[in-house]
Design a protein. Structure first.
Length: 352
DNA sequence: AAAACGTGGTT
DNA sequence: TAACCAAGTTT
């Protein structure tokens, strides 16, 4: 770590001071901060905008108010609380992390980065985040917001995903957080600044607490920094799901594999195929051999795939397959479902 | 090192 | 509208 300059100290003080006056009111921002809330909110916030989590966090906490309650919950119940949020591995990791906190740390969320890093789903960012925000320790954090803010402040036209760039950013973050009076306010301030002022496009530089010290602004290049990230390859997947109700109105559902996309979540009987839509024969097989009727189609976008879903209806088979079960609407609402299946099974398109 | 992993907001 | 990207981690 390099020695902080006068400019570094001024930047750290400006951003921490700005945050104290301009923090948004989120349910995990209690006074004082609750380390369990930090654990849960950080898991939810990975790659997800804070405004979206604001509605889901209180519901989750209502269901699992303490580390202990989360540790003793069924994994399916935790996953169910995650329905529609995506990256479902975060929920499994959070659940396991809570169990480890109970088993190995007497139910107290650890405050040091070393211990935090041992917990599943907690990497360098999250460990630093919990240590600094919940415990006010001078630990650096670098998330997408911090990358953008720091590269702009330095006017550094560097590829943000390169190892050398990341190394430099972590060092700058460390220098700055160690020169801040409140590491918590500085780190949260960096992210808040990136989320509300120093936005990816059309940043509000005139409202920025470090506008006089920002090299990108000085050069008028805040719109070009950071360079865009390379985007992942997209695959097209065709999926057919069959809605099957028995006489009592229950629906036939099955559990997905424990690995890969939507691991361990529930769905209507579904086939997927890469190149072209699944054959009618194949769909009838998963429908239990009865005649099928096409209901509707829709697209679903994920980070690496475009799904073309076709939804069918079929009469109930005389006998369900071993891996399938019948479930009432109420039961289905309490299961872990990915967005497309919420739509298929519950008629919930996510808009409400 | 690169790919997998979800879903929705913003411009 | 179609990019672009969000409080990243794991394999």
């Amino acid at each position: 770590m390099s020695k902080p300059t006068k400019r570094d100290q001024a930047i750290a003080a400006s951003i921490a001071g700005w945050f104290i006056e301009n923090d948004r009111d989120f349910p995990w921002r209690t006074t004082p901060r609750n380390p369990y809330y930090a654990l849960v909110s950080e898991a939810m916030l990975l790659q997800t905008q804070a405004a979206r989590i604001a509605e889901r966090f209180p519901v989750f906490i209502d269901r699992f108010p303490t580390v202990d309650s989360l540790a003793h919950a069924d994994e399916q119940d935790v996953l169910a609380q995650w329905s529609g949020l995506g990256y479902y591995r975060r929920a499994k990791n959070l659940h396991r992390a809570a169990q480890r906190v109970v088993d190995e740390h007497d139910g107290v969320v650890p405050s040091d980065v070393e211990s935090l890093l041992q917990l599943p789903g907690i990497g360098r960012y999250t460990a630093g985040s919990i240590a600094s925000i919940a415990f006010d320790k001078p630990e650096p954090i670098v998330d997408g917001n911090v990358v953008r803010v720091l590269l702009r402040i330095e006017g550094a036209d560097l590829p943000p995903t390169e190892t050398a760039t990341k190394k430099m950013l972590w060092e700058r973050a460390e220098t700055l957080v160690k020169s801040a009076d409140s590491p918590a306010a500085f780190n949260e301030g960096m992210m808040e600044l990136g989320a509300t002022i120093c936005t990816p496009r059309s940043p509000s530089c005139q409202e920025c607490p470090v506008r006089t010290r920002c090299k990108a602004k000085k050069q008028g290049r805040q719109g070009e920094i950071p360079m865009p990230k390379p985007k992942p390859k997209q695959r097209i997947v065709h999926a057919a799901s069959v809605v099957i109700r028995d006489k009592q109105g229950r629906m036939l559902i099955e559990k997905r594999d424990d690995s890969g996309m939507w691991a361990g979540l529930w769905q209507a009987p579904t086939v997927e195929s890469d190149d072209k839509a699944p054959s009618k024969t194949m769909i009838k097989v998963i429908a239990g051999g009865k005649q099928i009727k096409r209901l509707n189609t829709f697209e679903h976008q994920t980070s690496h795939r475009t799904f073309h879903f076709t939804v069918y209806a079929a009469a109930p088979p005389s006998r369900r397959k071993a891996h399938q079960r019948w479930a009432t609407d109420a039961q289905i609402r309490s299961l872990a479902l990915a967005r497309p299946q919420m739509r298929i099974l519950l008629g919930d398109d996510g808009s409400g």
